[in-house]
Design a protein around this ligand. Structure first.
Ligand SMILES: [Zn+2]
Ligand SMILES: [Zn+2]
Length: 133
């Protein structure tokens, strides 16, 4: 089986967990967020595995469309002023429960997302211990 890192995130504004243990992708809890497009709004479940881009949503998404991500708890917009270095769409920023943050591109189909740890050595150490990468 492939080794992977499953991310656990919370809202940077209200601090509430964004993890949904009832909706799984690849056997892991998903990241549950509200989204808004030009035509509709709804819920999206993002795969929590780092570098996996799978998601499920009932909202009809157009390829290459920029989506507005909103916290389901406090309704704050999670899109930031940081722009994607690949497609220049706003980046979405979430806090990791272990410290640090994860950023992902708000454009559908763009594979840009990255994790910035506050303390890389301890965070990676934890992952190594847990997942034996
Ligand atoms: Zn919130
Ligand atoms: Zn992008």
């Amino acid at each position: 089986m492939k080794k992977y890192i499953s991310l656990s995130v919370k809202c940077p504004f209200c601090g509430k967990s964004l993890m949904d243990g009832d909706e799984l992708l690849h056997g892991e809890p998903t990241i549950k967020l509200n989204i808004q497009t030009r035509e509709s709004r709804g819920i999206i479940h993002l795969c929590s595995i780092y570098e996996c881009f799978d998601y499920k949503t009932e909202v009809a998404l157009t390829e290459k469309e920029v989506v507005e991500f909103v916290c389901p708890h406090c309704n704050k917009e999670l899109n930031t002023k940081d722009v994607c270095r690949i497609c220049h769409a706003p980046m979405v920023s979430l806090l990791l429960k272990t410290g640090g943050r994860v950023s992902l591109c708000s454009r559908t189909g763009c594979a840009n997302h990255y994790v910035a740890f506050e303390d890389l050595s301890t965070e990676l150490q934890k992952f190594y211990e847990k997942y034996e990468i």
